[in-house]
Design a protein around this ligand. Sequence first.
Ligand code: ADP
Ligand code: MG
Length: 842
Amino acid sequence: MNLNHPVTYIKGVSVARAELLYTELGVRTCNDLLYLFPFRYIDKTQFYTIKELSQNTAEVQVVGKITSVKEVKQKRGSRLVATFSDATGSIDLVWFKGAKWIKDSLKTDVPYVIYGKLNWYNNVANMPHPEMETVKEYKSKLQTSMQPVYPSTEKLSNKGISNKVLRGFIQNLFQQVFGQIEESLPTYLIDENQLLGKKDSLLNIHFPKSQELLAKAQYRLKFEELFFIQLQLLQKKLIRKSKIKGYVFEKVGEEFTNFYKNNLPFELTNAQKRVLKEIRKDIGSGAHMNRLLQGDVGSGKTIVALLTMLIAIDNGYQATIMAPTEILATQHYHGIVELLEGTTIKVELLTGSSKIKKRREIHTGLENGSVHILIGTHAILEDKVQFKNLGISIIDEQHRFGVAQRSKLWEKNPITAISEEKGKAVREKYLETHPSEYKLLKEIALKRKNKTTKEERALWEVLSTKKNTFKFRRYYIIDEFMVDFICLEKKLIVEVDGKYHVTPEQIEAANLRTTILNEFGYQIIRLSEKEIIEDLESVISKLETSLKNLPSVRVDKSVPPHVLVMTATPIPRTLAMSVYGDLDISVIDELPPGRKEIKTVHRYDSNRLSVFKFLKDEINKGRQAYVVYPLIQESEAMDYKDLMDGYESIVRDFPSPKYQISIVHGQMKPADKEYEMNRFVKGETQIMVATTVIEVGVNVPNASVMVIESAERFGLSQLHQLRGRVGRGAEQSYCILLSSFKLSSDSKTRLQTMVETTDGFKIAEVDLKLRGPGNIMGTQQSGVLNLKIADVVKDGAILHKARQTASRVLEEDATISKPKNASLLKVYSQIQKKNGLWSNIS
Ligand code: ADP
Ligand code: MG
């Protein structure tokens, strides 16, 4: 028997019980059971008398005898009640399930040890489903003051798999396999870190011999768990650095230098300079950059992003910034266009509300390289957006994007592009021999409809589900031609002939296109819309046959753009190490000079009048203010009403024409939002009433007051983000948190933290403690939530040690192949087989 065998190999585990262990606890193999750790320990050496039992005793152990047993009929089945007595009194033991067989097994006049939780009813205690053993049994075992308690479920205890039974399984397991437990860490690491051996650790975590050994066992197992995660993350980083090629931006050229000399409106802070240096080192190295830039709100990440993009442009590449909201993207766009005034750099904005004509123009500009910088929202991720040569992708406020979305940015460049010379030669040849068809071809390409047709969509739906047998991409650029679908391994293009394939001239042009693509080395299958609609199935099977008959070619990986993700939501160090462990991390830990610390106060709703008075004073000094309302999905209608009521009362208190008020919320059309935003940015309005749509990134330096209504309903990081909207100019800024009187203790902590500090990292630490890692962005993918014993919040010190150790191991032995690391390699490959956990981009 070995540890990979199913638990049915363990004495006492039937097939039915094994099934339960699997469905209820996810335990399938012996090894799984070995790693089912107790979550606490109880003292089995201590006894209560019945007289001593009180409402305060949680779980108790009592010695006594059963004096009577009766079955009580109830609605369904019956319940079994046994009277259990010692010299001082008696209580009822109750079974709601399995009355019949329990009744048969209970003996009167035999002393029992019972253990369980008490139920109090009218000041009388009973004990449902007690654990029982005869005193004889009890004495035959070694009893400890640290008896393990395992995770359980109602179903398990109802089906008779009590904690005692589970413990029995594990005891048997140890007897059967103890000899086979292998040490997973090399001796030198065990010695260096003074760790308890593996066998002893597992034994003591289940059956501690002493408090001290338990602590050592826990430490060792936590260390090991974190160590292997770090080993994996760090090795992945090493591989990324050595294997994934990145564009080399070797020079800092004219655009960068000119901008730095002439357009930079301020001196960079030291932190900005340092981060820029870190980035430059990456992008000049030939390796691929995947870097997280953390910097508190207002620390000046945008300018770092822009300078980085200029380096890309200096080296002949394009750049893009993706922002989570339209407001933010638009603001980046205007800001950057303004900064780049007087240069020849072409910047475009692409969002969900870009007009079709504009979109088409942008698409073409990106494909032929005439657009240098693209700023936008999710719209950038659409397949139709393809670049000629995207050198860097910057993602602002990355926590707002999912992993899948972010990784799409890796695939924006052509893969097996035809070399420029070859493309040009072929095109020129046909331009000469087929001038009119060629011209028409170009026109059609320009008119290419922006919307995907329903036939294309239907086909894509099927093709994309088959991507395990053959992978198609859509809207792919070959030289200057964008094709509908392509399977790169087979060099097969599939095109759907739509409304530009009707007239003889158009058909001629399409044929020319086929000829050219053939000459580039691609097969083309042209489908009519009709056949797709009428018989998609046979279209697909036809395609499948063609694919089968074509030889496979090796597809060179495209060079992915460098990736810089920026976040103003600081992630506590310990968590960053686990979640973003394979990214490089840069931190801007310094605010631009001249900023005054924002003064933050907490006031109750009843103080609103004086708050408004204060607002008025500030506005009369020429400042602007935000008043923010929560808008939380579930109660949207009510929140919306609060917002509108609030808006009206502000309009009453701040009458026009002296005061002008803007309002922005999620239900407005983007154009209206932008209009209102703009009025505020230009200083035409003094108060901005808004929901959290303004949370991210918006920059109005003259705004100096942030009033947050119902502040108790916001999360800490949100409050911090909102506060970051002010304090961007030279004036003293204020943040006023309004709340009701009724506050939960968490709300109190949140508001108090906000009042006490403006340090984003401190705030993030508190947030992590309050909410646990599960709610922090990025943790879901990272696996830190599946930890069996370690806790990223509490075990920061162990994590640190584990990371250092892993880093040292890899420094000496990057491939983990030295003999002294043999035991590591073994575990490591098992882990890797099990989970393709971390995707390329985090
Ligand atoms: P965030 O990091 O929150 O994105 P921004 O990039 O929006 O911050 O910068 C906040 C404000 O600080 C902007 O108005 C920007 O022009 C200004 N700023 C950035 N860097 C500096 C600097 N080194 N000196 C002075 N002002 C700066
Ligand atoms: Mg920003």
